[in-house]
Write a protein that binds this ligand. Structure first.
Ligand code: SF4
Ligand code: SF4
Length: 303
C-alpha cells in the first residue's frame, strides 16, 4: 500500500488500486469465513474463466492501475493461479497475494521468488495446532501453513502474517504476535472484525469478541493498543473506494470495495473504463460521510 500523501498528485478519480477476489474456492472451511458459502461447485462454475481474468487484467493495466491484490477464497485453489499471477507481474502490477498458506509448496515458493510479489499475506489463526485447526476445520492445515511460511522466508519473500481475533484464539493472539516478531522481517496485523457471509448469513458473528474482550486484549500490548486507538479515531483516513480503489469479485462484478457489494457493474459485458469512470461514481455508500468528494470519510470503522 502506498501512503496516502504520495497520492496527492493523482487525478481526483484514478483507478490506482484493485482488490480482486479471483475465486471463492478454498481447501479450508474456516468458521468465520464470509466467502465459504460460495465455495460450492455450482457457484464455482459461474466464476470468471482464465481468459476473462486475463482480458480484464489487461484492461485495468491499460487504465493505469498499479496495486493489484489477489485474494479469495484461496487464490492458489485456482488451478490457473500462477498463470494469472505471472501475467499480473509481467503487466507491471505491484502484486499482493492474500493466502491461507496451506497450498504453497517449495515449487510455488520458487515461482514467487522468480517473479517476486510486493508481499504475501498469510492468515495465522493460532500457535497451538488444535486452536488453528478448530478455526480452519482442516486437519494438517497448521503444519502446512508453518511450512509455507518457512519456504517463503527462506526466499526472502516480503511477508505479512495476520490473525482475526475471535473467541477461539483470543488467548493466543499475543503468542502469535511474539512468534511473528521473532521472525525478524515479518509484519504482524491483527484484525478485529467479522463480516456477514456473502449470502447474508450471520454465522461468523458467533465467534466475535465482545468490545470489552477486544479492549482487554489490546491493553495487553502497546502496539495493539496504539493500532486500536488509531482505528477508533474520529478522523479515519478518507475512503478511496470508487476514487482511487475498486473491487472485483469472482464473477467479474466491479464494486466500490469488498465490504460494499450492493451495486455492481458487470465486467463480463462492459468495459473497465465505463465501469470505473461512469458506473462507480453513481454507487452509494451509507458509511461515507456527506462531504466534498475528496474529503469523503467513512463514518466509522466498518468493513
Ligand atoms: S482460508 Fe480464507 S477463504 Fe479459506 S475458508 Fe479460511 S477464511 Fe475462508
Ligand atoms: S466507506 Fe463505503 S466504500 Fe468506503 S471502504 Fe467503507 S464500505 Fe467501502
Amino acid at each position: 500500500m502506498i501512503a496516502q500523501d504520495k497520492l496527492t498528485h493523482l487525478p481526483e478519480r484514478f483507478p490506482y488500486s484493485c482488490q480482486w477476489e479471483i475465486t471463492c474456492r478454498c481447501n479450508l472451511h474456516c468458521v468465520m469465513c464470509y466467502t465459504d458459502c460460495f465455495n460450492r461447485p455450482e457457484a464455482i462454475r459461474r466464476e470468471l474463466s482464465t481468459a476473462e481474468i486475463l482480458r480484464i487484467m489487461d484492461e485495468i493495466a491499460e487504465a493505469g492501475t498499479l496495486e493489484l491484490c489477489l485474494t479469495g477464497g484461496e487464490p492458489l485453489a485456482r488451478p490457473d493461479f500462477f498463470q494469472l499471477y505471472e501475467h499480473a507481474i509481467h503487466r507491471g502490477f505491484l502484486v499482493t497475494v492474500f493466502s491461507n498458506g496451506t497450498l504453497i509448496t517449495e515449487t510455488h515458493a520458487d515461482r514467487f521468488a522468480a517473479l517476486r510479489p510486493h508481499r504475501i499475506e498469510i492468515s495465522l489463526h493460532g500457535m497451538i495446532r488444535e486452536t488453528f485447526e478448530r478455526v480452519t476445520l482442516g486437519q494438517g492445515s497448521y503444519d502446512r501453513c508453518l511450512q509455507a511460511i518457512g519456504h517463503l522466508l527462506n526466499r526472502q519473500i516480503p511477508l505479512v502474517l495476520k490473525s482475526t481475533a475471535m473467541t477461539l484464539n483470543q488467548q493466543e493472539i499475543l503468542d502469535i504476535k511474539q512468534y511473528v516478531e521473532s521472525l525478524g522481517t515479518v509484519t504482524y496485523k491483527l484484525g478485529e472484525e467479522m463480516r456477514p457471509e456473502l449470502d447474508g448469513g450471520a454465522g461468523p458473528f458467533q465467534y466475535a469478541l465482545s468490545k470489552q474482550d477486544l479492549a482487554e486484549l489490546n491493553q495487553q500490548d502497546s502496539d495493539l493498543q496504539r493500532d486500536a486507538c488509531r482505528r477508533d479515531s474520529l478522523e479515519p483516513p478518507p475512503c478511496r473506494s470508487g476514487m482511487h480503489a475498486f473491487h472485483i469479485d469472482a464473477y467479474g462484478q466491479l464494486q466500490l470495495c469488498s465490504g460494499n457489494r450492493r451495486q455492481s457493474y458487470d465486467l463480463r459485458t462492459g468495459s473497465f473504463q465505463t465501469g470505473f469512470f461512469e458506473a462507480l461514481p453513481t454507487f452509494a455508500c451509507e458509511w461515507k460521510a456527506p462531504h466534498e468528494p475528496d474529503l469523503i470519510r467513512p463514518r466509522m470503522h466498518h468493513v
